[in-house]
Design a protein around this ligand. Sequence first.
Ligand code: FAQ
Length: 346
Amino acid sequence: MYTQALDIPDTTAAPAGHGGATLKAVPAPASAAETAHQERFDAKIDADGKIEPQDWMPSAYRKTLVRQISQHAHSEIIGMQPEGNWISRAPSLKRKAILLAKVQDEGGHGLYLYSAAETLGTSRDQMLDALHTGKAKYSSIFNYPTLTWADTGVIGWLVDGAAIMNQVPICRCTYGPYARAMIRICKEESFHQRQGFESLMTMMGGTPEQRAMVQDAVNRWWWPVLAMFGPPDADSPNSAQGMRWGIKRISNDDLRQKFVDATVPQAAILGVTLPDPDLKWNEAKGCHDYGAIDWNEFWATVNGNGPCNQERVATRVAAHENGAWVREAALAYAAKQKARSLRQAA
Ligand code: FAQ
């Protein structure tokens, strides 16, 4: 135990000739030190404190964070592709400027998140390699195609809306760098959601063809967006521990329910129908009932067999390879700057 370890004499402190050679310090059992660390860690988690990069943490906590934060980062940068598809075809300069800013924001979110994950000791190269070789996951939602301009509005309204619902609680995550990154990300996601809704409102005030285009996009995105919150709580292997550690604050099913309840009145304002005949207000439960999600489709998409998985990863790998010269130039410039400042200091 911890107290026994403290009782062991320290040979380094024993003066020569006073038994220093024979009174060998017995190294404290690793488990005692680990137990003490674990107790301090648990106490901090129980007190809703923040764990910082330099703090001791259980290796499983570290591993879970690297998994979740890197998956989140990958989702942000892969998530640039579906909307990026429409930048060159935006219907006006205003819409193009908004979409450009949004897609750039998603790239920025990826960078904050990779930086947060790097504080846990995993390099960006390792994380990107896992993405490019298909070992790492990213959100299922970005494997669906953007067939019409209305899809960009629906991504803003529903996908960013779902992302905000999921991510606001992560601002209170116990890992400091992740929580702080999420505060800024959520502010930007809020603008993304509003621009999507506003774009759809404009289209719904337009021609019958524009309204039909919006409805078609809502029909295609609604169910994948509900699945985006992750498997039902009963089939979510990471939830219990994630919630114990304060990484996850609200369960997959509870977030999904909150999202449905928040979105139904927004759909009514827009004048679109959510494509679920079972969607109705349940007075007794005080929330909406909704129909069954196709979990087979979800898992097929997560496991690489969604409509656009291959295209998304191939585009990402090509972008990485085509950007090699930029990384080399930046490294060469940094080396030159360092050499110059060393010369000046000499
Ligand atoms: N897609 O046990 P759980 C955005 C995996 S960013 C793919 O419930 P956990 C911004 C899960 O990883 C969107 N895989 O797992 C934007 C696990 O597999 P593993 C991304 C999924 O971690 C908007 C397995 O299933 N947001 O949208 C998905 O406790 C517009 C079992 O699941 C985040 O990453 C899925 N949808 O909960 C950008 C937020 N769901 O790793 C561009 C942070 C589950 O054991 C345009 N992440 N899986 O092999 C989280 O909150 C959590 O990680 C969950 C999953 C909720 C995603």
